[in-house]
Design a protein around this ligand. Structure first.
Ligand code: C2E
Ligand code: MG
Ligand code: MG
Length: 255
């Protein structure tokens, strides 16, 4: 893994996040991809924790954020880039400085960056996490609470911690058509976020019926295979060119 970072073999793919009212793409989530010549495809759910444990999450994350930011520069300016921060990064007081200097070097406006964090990560050292988040938000970066509903889902944290967006975990979305309980939970999360002035993204929308249900519940944004699988930067640019062509000739994408 360490060698892969040095050899620049770790790549980043992008998955569209859409406005559920208009079905227009509003941003992309960056997702790490690594294919080792011997091991084959290794999931980020495996190698990110490994990089944290072995102490090279910083160099991994720097490579990924730099690549993601450079790609985002080729997109229309109104689209945001959403990037996952790992738990270890949320415990490191240098994270805000590091993140801001990486995107500054790449030339990406901090107002186009969103960082996804999980509750588990916030819980480990809430004071340091709060400080990092405050510094980043002061620079214009937005913060999303990822995988909401599966961890602690503490309502106190939603009240006291400064987030901009909540991402409802796929575990609820994938059962929304089949079970009433999931539907009611998602409905309640949407109503709560509405009152708290938080945006909501439903994760893992896989089919039309799920999308329809979420639209009916007034969910603002969605992400999932139904709207687009994670794809490399070239495919993403092609996807954008097609989308923007559909939307009219006034908008164009440099490919
Ligand atoms: P996540 O941040 O919750 O990312 C969403 C995961 O759900 C991604 O898995 C994505 O490919 C998958 N997904 C999206 N839509 C669908 C769908 O409709 N159906 C299904 N079944 N899955 C869907 P992926 O890429 O394997 O990433 C797994 C986790 O690894 C991520 O969960 C995130 O926690 C972590 N991760 C990925 N890239 C990075 C990174 O660059 N840095 C850090 N720190 N963590 C990362
Ligand atoms: Mg995420
Ligand atoms: Mg998630």
């Amino acid at each position: 893994m360490r060698n892969a970072i040095i050899a620049d073999e770790v790549d980043v793919h992008f998955q569209p996040i859409v406005n559920l009212k208009t079905d227009m793409v509003v941003g992309f989530e960056a997702l790490a991809r690594w294919c080792d010549p011997d091991l084959g495809y290794v999931s980020p759910a495996v190698f990110v924790p490994l990089a944290e444990e072995r102490g090279f999450i910083d160099s991994l994350s720097e490579t990924l954020l730099r690549k993601a930011a450079e790609t985002a520069l080729l997109w229309p300016k109104e689209l945001f880039l959403s990037f996952n921060l790992s738990s270890a990064q949320l415990m490191d007081p240098m994270t805000s400085t590091n993140v801001l200097s990486i995107i500054q070097r790449a030339g990406l406006d901090p107002r186009r960056l969103e960082l996804e964090i999980t509750e588990t990560a916030v819980m480990t050292d809430a004071d340091v996490a709060q400080k990092i988040v405050t510094e980043l938000r002061a620079a214009g970066v937005r913060i999303s609470l990822d995988d909401f509903g599966t961890g602690q889902s503490s309502l106190g944290r939603l009240r006291d911690f400064s987030f901009d967006k909540v991402k409802v975990d796929r575990a609820f979305v994938s059962r929304i058509s089949a079970d009433r309980a999931s539907e009611h939970i998602v409905k309640a999360i949407i109503a709560m976020c509405d009152g708290l002035n938080l945006e909501v993204v439903a994760e893992g929308i896989e089919d039309f019926s799920e999308a329809l249900k979420l639209k009916g519940l007034g969910c603002g944004m969605g992400q999932g295979y139904f709207y687009g699988k994670p794809a490399d930067s070239v495919t993403t640019l092609r996807y954008l060119a097609e989308k923007y062509q559909e939307a009219g000739p006034a908008l164009s994408v440099a490919v």
